[in-house]
Design a protein around this ligand. Structure first.
Ligand SMILES: Nc1ncnc2c1ncn2[C@@H]1O[C@H](COP(=O)(O)OP(=O)(O)OP(=O)(O)O)[C@@H](O)[C@H]1O
Ligand SMILES: [Mg+2]
Length: 259
């Protein structure tokens, strides 16, 4: 595998239209239309239970695994309908995900990062060595871990585990990285490392990040979408949304009047 080359890209990574999602009778996502641009960071904000994680998981079809879920509408990725024109294995190869709680496998650092590439059939040691080093460097954790590659990942700090999980995601060279509150379990220093990392990664990746931290949304994102009760109230340029929201509900939320 070669390093990804930074080709300036424009246009929409995702084009979502008339998206509705039901958990049984519960209408969790309501008529969502949204475009998500390539090589940008899009933040999803909104009170607990408003559908941010649900929305994120429609983008890699993780909700398919939930019983009694019904999804209507279309989501196109680079023009292809991800529910009709693509199988979920290809989709999940291209769309990586990082969760709120760091979730390394109970294996060595090396085996965590090599896991995905091995599944994709890469066996040669020198090739895996290269991927592991490249991914750990991209995740800004190579220097900290290069002397403990064969030690268990469970012995790392939370912040190191989260960067390891990002490295594990990068190892299979996705195009898009979904992050669901990736720093909420971390201290301020680890948080700032992950934020710097996200800013660095957007040269090559499209990133969508759920956060409860308004300052974080302002620091890292280009665009922000405000969710409320399953609807997208407003989406647009982050600076604009935080300085001059067009909907009074957005204003109430970002100024801390509710949520
Ligand atoms: N598997 C499920 N089955 C039934 N209802 C669900 C399921 N997952 C989520 N929900 C419901 O859908 C709504 C949206 O949940 P979701 O997890 O997307 O919210 P969220 O915005 O990510 O909240 P938080 O900020 O607390 O993480 C909530 O009312 C939740 O209870
Ligand atoms: Mg959530």
């Amino acid at each position: 595998m070669e390093d990804k080359i930074a080709i300036p890209q424009n246009g929409n990574q995702f084009d979502i239209s008339a998206l509705n999602l039901y958990y049984g009778n519960f209408h969790a996502l309501k008529q969502i239309d949204m475009k998500i641009e390539k090589n940008k960071i899009t933040a999803l904000i909104g009170p607990s239970g408003c559908g941010k994680s649900t929305f994120l998981k429609t983008l890699n079809r993780m909700n398919d695994l939930v019983e009694n879920v019904r999804i209507e509408g279309t989501i196109r990725m680079d023009g292809r309908d991800i529910y009709r024109d693509m199988d979920s294995i290809e989709l999940r190869h291209r769309v990586g995900m990082v969760f709120q709680q760091p979730n390394p496998f109970p294996k060595s650092v090396y085996d965590n990062v090599a896991y995905g590439p091995r599944i994709h059939g890469i066996r040669r040691k020198h090739q895996l060595d290269e991927i592991v080093e490249r991914s750990l460097r991209q995740a800004a954790i190579w220097d900290e871990l290069k002397d403990r590659l064969h030690k268990s990942a469970m012995g790392l700090s939370g912040g190191q585990q989260q960067r390891l999980c990002i490295a594990r995601t990068l190892a299979v060279e996705p195009d898009i990285i979904l992050m669901d509150e990736p720093t909420s379990a971390l201290d301020p220093i680890s948080t700032s490392k992950i934020e710097d990392l996200a800013l660095e990664l957007k040269k090559n990746y499209t990133i969508i990040i759920v956060t409860h931290n308004m300052q974080q949304a302002v620091r890292v994102s280009d665009d922000t979408a405000f969710f409320l009760l399953g609807e997208v109230v407003e989406k647009g340029n982050t600076e604009k949304l935080f300085s001059l929201p067009s909907d009074s509900r957005t204003e109430d939320y970002i100024t801390g009047r509710f949520g």
